[in-house]
Write a protein that binds this ligand. Structure first.
Ligand SMILES: Cc1cc2nc3c(=O)[nH]c(=O)nc-3n(C[C@H](O)[C@H](O)[C@H](O)COP(=O)(O)OP(=O)(O)OC[C@H]3O[C@@H](n4cnc5c(N)ncnc54)[C@H](O)[C@@H]3O)c2cc1C
Length: 388
């Protein structure tokens, strides 16, 4: 069995699978991906049918990154000869006095020359009569918003990584990582591997891996949940008639048109309790379910129906909710990505960036907001704000 590779990706969730794909495009057979569970497992952050993708973000930097994500998804779709995104429009909607004001989103989209429409409540309800809004609401409609087909995209990244020559080993937990000279030694599934560069995309297990390198970050892992409602009004909520949407307030809710199941999907963002990847359960939190149900009853009553399914999933949150995309100080052979509970839409470009960092040590994307040495990550008791 081959144990020497130029590049190893640790973790084959959404981000690691994308990294394996982009690395394999450059280095083919010299790429190894290691995953502790079966590919497509549901214990991490990247499972399920759908994730929101949007250009609408609160800083111009994120908007630029999202533009590059769309470009990178297009490369994947062309290579895979199958769609991984479904553009159905995206709506950010909020009361005028909300905890997540729309102004920075309007300013960022304008600065980056992204076309959008700023709509009042009446116009939102004229276009999307599924919503029951009060007069004080307004929203941003951006036509490129839509669905990143999570399970499809992960499988496409993995399939194409293999077609480009990479080896992907599942059920192969990494139990040790150390840098030796200019190289990295990785122990996994009873074998010792060596590589020139390691990419770590371990999601909620990130601190376990970082601890092997002598450091940890103030991450909070939370158990989140999404609810599928078997609405009797399926056609009203079909993509094309209904957008992906985010209620930009605290609590923050979001949802999808009918996709993947014959049901709508609604959830609260960052509404879950702290947990760990090892101790989490898969049981829904009844209080969270009640909040989502009450919100949906009030603002999207026809989206409701019998609960078809509630799925739980983990967020790995940084205190400022910005990603970590950086080389690990003191171990510059290792590139790290942490998705902070909103990275799936960026999986394509994050995989590309990780590949760029691993192969050439630099990337055209501005990673300064995502530095592992930013002050808040050195604070043992940092102020936390998850509302973005
Ligand atoms: C309910 C929910 C809704 C979300 N909605 C959105 C959204 O609408 N839009 C959006 O952009 N983002 C969204 N996100 C966030 C997004 O899904 C995540 O940021 C992203 O999937 C993170 O991917 P990851 O690869 O970092 O983590 P993971 O998918 O968890 O992958 C990490 C992988 O590393 C593996 N691993 C860990 N340790 C080891 C080891 N020692 N050895 C081998 N393998 C190991 C794990 O088994 C796992 O497969 C959502 C997340 C959740 C939970």
């Amino acid at each position: 069995m081959r144990t020497d590779f130029d590049y190893i990706t640790l973790g084959l969730g959404g981000l690691g699978s994308a990294a394996a794909y982009w690395l394999a495009r450059v280095a083919g057979r010299d790429v190894l991906g290691l995953e502790q569970f079966e590919l497509g497992h549901v214990r991490g952050e990247s499972q399920d049918h759908s994730r929101i993708i949007r250009l609408s973000y609160h800083t111009p930097g994120y908007v630029r990154l999202a533009k590059r994500a769309y470009e990178s998804w297009a490369v994947l779709e062309s290579d895979a000869r199958e769609p991984c995104l479904l553009k159905c429009g995206g709506l950010d909607v909020a009361p005028r006095e909300s905890r997540i004001p729309l102004d920075p989103y309007l300013a960022s989209l304008t600065a980056e020359r992204v076309p959008f429409e700023h709509l009042d409540a009446a116009e939102i309800m004229r276009r999307f009569p599924q919503f029951r809004l009060t007069e004080d609401c307004h929203g941003i409609f951006q036509e490129d918003g839509g669905i990143a087909m999570a399970a499809v995209a992960n499988a496409a990244h993995q399939r194409l990584a293999r077609e480009h020559g990479a080896t992907l080993r599942d059920r192969c937990p990494v139990t040790a990582v150390r840098t030796v000279g200019g190289e990295v030694e990785v122990v996994a599934g009873g074998a010792a591997y060596r590589c020139h560069r390691l990419v770590v995309a371990a999601g909620p297990w990130s601190n376990t891996i970082l601890a092997m390198l002598g450091r940890t970050l103030p991450l909070e892992v939370t158990r989140e949940q999404v609810t599928y409602y078997a609405t009797p009004h399926l056609t009203e909520f079909a993509p094309g008639r209904f957008p992906v949407w985010i209620w930009m307030d605290d609590p923050c809710y979001y949802g999808f048109p009918v996709f993947g199941e014959r049901a709508t999907k609604v959830a609260q963002d960052a509404g879950g309790h702290p947990t760990t990847a090892e101790t989490r359960t898969f049981d829904p939190d009844p209080a969270n379910s009640a909040r989502v149900q009450a919100f949906t009853e009030r603002y999207l009553p026809r989206a409701l129906g019998p609960v078809l399914q509630i799925k739980t999933c983990l967020y790995t949150l940084t205190p400022d909710r910005d990603f970590v995309l950086d080389l690990v100080p003191g171990h510059e052979q290792i590139a790290l990505a942490i998705g902070a509970g909103h990275a799936f839409k960026f999986a394509s470009v994050i995989g590309r960036i990780l590949s760029e960092l691993a192969t050439g040590g630099r990337t055209p994307s501005d990673l300064s907001p995502f530095s592992i040495t930013r002050p808040i990550l050195a604070d043992p008791n940092p102020p936390r704000s998850y509302m973005v």
